[in-house]
Design a protein around this ligand. Structure first.
Ligand SMILES: [Zn+2]
Length: 113
């Protein structure tokens, strides 16, 4: 690929508007690194996507608020104790997964060679 072509592709990636899915991925922190970088550069130059993103942000936060409300409802249904047990199990599972990931990363990165 020539330089001019590469520049053109890079520019068009930045000039392309983000769609709903990309905006949601970005807000949830799920975008791959390159995608997030392109979206951020695009946001610098595009007011309409900034508006779009802030309205999506409202939507996302209202969704998580709704989830929090239903969690509170479950809290009263199950009673404090059962929810605490559930949280403890979820917490230890998360710790297991995390330490597994860390170990995989540590050995995968070639440390100790
Ligand atoms: Zn845009």
């Amino acid at each position: 690929m020539g330089l001019a072509k590469a520049l053109y592709v890079g520019m068009s990636a930045i000039q392309r508007h983000m769609d709903m899915e990309e905006a949601e991925r970005y807000l949830m922190g799920w975008s791959p690194e390159e995608e997030a970088a392109v979206l951020e550069e695009h946001l610098l130059v595009c007011a309409s996507c900034r508006r779009h993103l802030s309205s999506t942000e409202l939507y996302v936060s209202s969704m998580s608020e709704a989830a929090a409300v239903s969690a509170r409802t479950r809290f009263t249904d199950y009673g404090n104790w059962q929810l605490l047990k559930l949280l403890a199990v979820a917490g230890s599972l998360a710790a297991l997964v995390l330490s597994g990931l860390l170990a995989a990363w540590y050995y995968g990165s070639g440390a100790g060679r």
